[in-house]
Write a protein that binds this ligand. Sequence first.
Ligand code: GTP
Ligand code: ZN
Length: 392
Amino acid sequence: MSKKKKVRVELRKNREKPPRENDLTRDFAEGDGRADDAQSGERVRAKGSLSRYRTVVQTEATDGTAMPAVDEGECVRGRVLRVHGLASVVETDDGRIFRCAVRRLLKSLATDERSVVTTGDVVWIRAARGSTAPAPEPPPSDEPGQVPAVEGVIERVEPRHGVLTRASRRREHVLVANVDQLVIVMSLVEPDLKPHLIDRYLAVAQQGELKPVLCLNKADLADAVELQPLIGLYSQLGIPVFLCSARTGYGVERLREQLRGRSTVFSGQSGVGKSSLLNAIQPDLALAVKSVSEVNQKGRHTTTYSQLIKLDFGGWVVDTPGVRQMQLWDARPEEMEGYFPEFRPFVPLCGFPDCTHTHETDCAVKDAVARRYITSRRYHSYLGLFNGTAEE
Ligand SMILES: Nc1nc2c(ncn2[C@@H]2O[C@H](COP(=O)(O)OP(=O)(O)OP(=O)(O)O)[C@@H](O)[C@H]2O)c(=O)[nH]1
Ligand SMILES: [Zn+2]
């Protein structure tokens, strides 16, 4: 028989953060479909023909540590649809659904076990003995407790890009990986709009290299006229703003177009209507939605886990549980001014080159706030992030 030759293929390492540009519009520019590249494996550069050779893939872990090589002959590639405790539900490229444990070695390599594998990860799995050639499974149930019976082991996690990460109990929690854009969902009322939370999300999006999109839901319940300055502000910053009502369908078509062909994560407080919007966008999703009486019971979340969903019209979306707070992970105070692009023209004019724009007297940023070139609300969001205090 023909001798099988081993070919090493290199996966591109974790992307370096690009230098910040001077123009916010460019900062928040269109996604470039990187998630699709990762999924189709275009990042793999191989010497020789992959079809003829057995391939050993070696790369780095999501946090830069060395990752074990996997034998492609024995492993299949897939994407994590959701994680339930120790089990991850993975859809392989050929459409099979596996319930997977994580290889112990991966856990020991990771800096935080909570984020070893997360929703949206591209992984290589090995089918457990006795389930090497399972028949295609029906789509997984939406019930959190129900996971497919076909077993596998996650052998490797590909480097991530486009992540939604937050700090949770002083540890990094990667909520979702490999998405292009973040839809920040806010409701005009019930619960009330929280502009400071929007600013926090915008910082999180830039940190995770996600294109931010702002969706203001429940437009049927409130008059949006007073919101025009806020909508104008974010539009000027280059962020697409959608005024929507999941109930009446207002604005839903535009939002659907924004999702088409992209990988998107929806995030926002509990009860703002994330699942309702997704149901309006694609009715057969039938995601669980809180009843009105439950909405008033604080602390109850209808969506309890993040799940990756394929959209009929092209693209992927992740519905996530509501968050109460969005604390940035691993961000130094001096980084924060970079998340406020409207500060940029003024920063070089500050009296001290290392001005923090907080207590300094000769500060052009504070001056610009006084002259209303920068809104005081955005400036207060900056102070909240700089001081590491929770959003109001
Ligand atoms: N009037 C009105 N109610 C809405 C709208 N969108 C959602 N709701 C209601 O708001 C409540 C919460 O909606 P969900 O879709 O469960 O909110 P969620 O953001 O997914 O909540 P979690 O899963 O807990 O994070 C439900 O009672 C919905 O019927 C809307 O556009 N208008
Ligand atoms: Zn300053």
